[in-house]
Design a protein around this ligand. Structure first.
Ligand code: ATP
Length: 503
């Protein structure tokens, strides 16, 4: 695995996985562009998630809802009121900071002093963050007294009192900008699932329990975007809302925790690198009955959230439904006189309308990319003493499945045959197959090691009957990324050989 974030950032830029957004104009903080290989890896991760969670189950439907949503959706979801982080401005350097980030960036002794001032155990970091967020005034005092760097480094009075900052991007809809003509870019994909609950039930005749899965962009105006693609302002999420009968929710929560850990494992992110944080009661959002945060051990950053799996009770559908008072809701919801839909479904036993409980596994695609790349990143010393970097990606995630390389770029018979073979392999539908005719076989191998291409197929003079061994006519060399073993394979058998290996 990678040992630092820097080596990942450098590989991603060098080989075309990830670039800074708007780079030629100086870059835009918190926005990244996925390059030729990044888009393939990202698509492969999303396809693997979709396959496991939609195709391989019998209780799931898919959805692709719009990104811009009615302001009422984000009002009744609670985001207008509470989707905010406490922020302080440093008047001296004109920068904004998030309170918890200020704390996270400090050394252990500083954190210990802050925790002591807040009356919280320094070992219980989530509790410390929650305490800081709950009482910003006391927090700022504690931070200053502990000598927290950066925003608090200056004299008293150089920074503002902490105030909540709403992270939603607001946008004008239509030609007239007035008080009612705005909407929001969704800050999570989940709300599109809740608002379509009735549509999906009516159009598919689903009964409890069942889930709706969605992958898509979400937008958060993070106060301090940082750590490469770990915290960005335009992100992508893979979310499931799994609807179940109240009372069965705890079992389903356990089910999803297990399913999600085994999915991560299948992507090359082992359980041993993921800590399960059973979020303490006092740190839970008020609507959450219980939440597991999966904390992956990122290089340089340490354990940080890669996915949250929450038991959200009947809060979401209860918040968006009409006739709330008749439905016996468990969650504390704000009154809703705007919704025109009753978001209930027949109880499987009594047939009476019930607002289901929701289990929500919510993973970030960008954070998945970072974890997958980090686990695959390998530095090896070869027998000849040379060092190589190789991305040991699971084949289903590899951006390029096979590179077909003519040994010489200026020999049409080699290049033409390589192109024909490329076309044939491409037709297998395994993903991208690349014709690599840069002319330097050593460089090609190094490049394909670094981008994780499982197999390189080389067309040489023996292949076309012009080498030293006529017995090798109509065969190619196949090189294995991980073992470096080279095998001669008949062209006529190449497709089935590759197919068997990449299945
Ligand atoms: P954090 O505490 O790190 O800000 P969160 O608890 O706000 O994350 P959720 O609202 O639970 O995150 O979002 C679900 C998932 O979406 C997270 O587990 C993460 O993978 C991803 N995610 C959230 N915010 C970002 C972001 N700014 N950049 C990249 N991914 C994100």
């Amino acid at each position: 695995p990678a040992t630092s974030m820097e080596e990942l950032v450098s590989l991603c830029k060098r080989r075309g996985f990830i670039f800074q957004g708007s780079e030629i104009y100086g870059g835009l903080q918190g926005f990244y562009d996925y390059g030729p290989l990044g888009v393939e890896l990202k698509n492969n991760i999303k396809a693997a998630w979709w396959r496991t969670n939609v195709y391989e189950r019998d209780d799931m439907e898919g959805l692709d809802a719009s990104i811009i949503m009615h302001r009422m959706v984000l009002r009744h979801s609670g985001h207008e009121a509470t989707f905010s982080d406490p922020m302080v401005d440093n008047k001296k350097n004109n920068k904004r900071y998030r309170l918890d980030h200020l704390v996270k960036d400090q050394k252990a002794d500083v954190i210990a002093r802050v925790a002591a001032a807040m009356g919280v155990d320094a070992e219980n970091f989530p509790a410390l963050i929650a305490a800081l967020n709950a009482d910003p005034a006391k927090a700022s005092e504690a931070l200053r007294a502990a000598g927290v760097r950066d925003a608090f480094s200056g004299e008293v009075g150089e920074w503002t009192e902490p105030k909540p900052f709403n992270m939603m991007f607001k946008t004008t809809i239509g030609p007239v900008a007035d008080d009612e003509s705005y909407g929001y870019l969704r800050p999570e994909t989940a709300q599109g699932i809740f608002t379509n609950f009735k549509n999906v039930v009516d159009s598919t005749s689903r009964r409890l329990p069942f889930g709706i899965a969605q992958i898509g962009k979400a937008f958060r105006n993070e106060i301090t975007p940082r750590n490469f693609i770990f915290r960005v302002r335009e992100l992508e999420q893979m979310e499931i809302e799994f609807f179940c009968t109240p009372g069965t929710d705890e079992d389903w929560h356990a089910h999803w925790l297990e399913k999600r850990l085994s999915w991560w494992e299948a992507q090359g992110v082992p359980r041993s690198k993921i800590e399960i944080l059973d979020v303490p009661k006092e740190d839970l959002a008020h609507y959450s009955k219980r939440t597991y945060d999966l904390m992956y051990d990122y290089p340089t950053l340490g354990h940080e959230e890669i996915e949250g799996i929450a038991n959200r009770s009947d809060y979401d559908l209860g918040s968006h439904t009409k006739n709330q008072s008749e439905l016996g809701l468990v969650a504390r919801v704000e009154e809703n006189s705007d919704s025109v839909a009753k978001l209930t479904i027949p109880h499987p036993e009594t047939n009476k309308p019930v607002v289901p409980f929701v289990i929500e596994p919510s993973a970030g695609v960008d954070r998945a990319m970072l974890a997958v790349l980090s686990e695959a990143f390998t530095k090896e010393t070869l027998e000849n003493g040379n060092e190589r970097i190789v991305l040991k990606l699971r084949p289903h995630l590899a951006p390029i499945k096979v590179a077909v390389i003519p040994l010489a770029r200026n020999k049409p018979e080699l290049v033409d045959l390589a192109r024909t073979i490329k076309g044939e392999l491409q037709g297998l539908g395994l993903g991208r197959v690349l014709l690599e005719d840069s002319g330097n076989i050593g460089k090609a191998y190094r490049r394909h090691d670094e981008v994780g291409t499982p197999y390189c197929v080389t067309v040489d003079f023996d292949t076309v009957g012009k080498g030293e061994d006529p017995g090798l006519t109509d065969t190619v060399t196949v090189r294995d990324r991980d073992t470096l073993a080279q095998e001669r394979v008949k062209i006529s058998e190449l497709s089935s050989w590759i197919q068997a290996k990449l299945r």
